[in-house]
Design a protein. Structure first.
Length: 127
């Protein structure tokens, strides 16, 4: 939503007969809007993969898999452990999909995903 807001703001700054500065605002706004569309598409693709996975796995299996992926036994997964966990589940995500996924899961901003955060994200409707 941030990108959509910024792009609308850039486009709205255009005034008639402003010249090059006005065109720059319009093209910047359109460029940011393209980035927003790309992020939305990437997010939907990642969520589609996780929806399919969620339908196949029950929570007990998920807890066991999460525990197995937690190699340092600290109760949470860092990015490397999360990558191993997802690859073990048969998922391959792009770098941008990983960034979006972690930002959505990591509610406390710690950089690690606790099982509570993961389970909360996993069980959400409309994921």
């Amino acid at each position: 939503m941030f990108f959509v807001f910024v792009s609308a703001l850039c486009i709205a700054s255009y005034e008639k007969d402003v010249g090059l500065e006005g065109l720059l605002g319009i093209f910047t706004g359109l460029g940011v809007m393209v980035v927003a569309g790309f992020n939305i598409i990437v997010g939907f693709a990642a969520n589609a993969q996780f929806k399919a996975l969620r339908d196949r796995v029950v929570i007990e299996e998920l807890a066991k898999s999460f525990e197995d992926a937690d190699k340092d036994h600290n109760g949470s997964l860092d990015l490397e452990e999360l990558a191993v966990f997802c690859k073990g589940m048969g998922m391959e995500l792009s770098h941008r999909q990983w960034e979006l996924l972690v930002s959505e899961m990591d509610e406390d901003g710690s950089g690690d995903i606790s099982f509570v955060e993961f389970k909360g994200w996993w069980g959400r409707e409309g994921m």
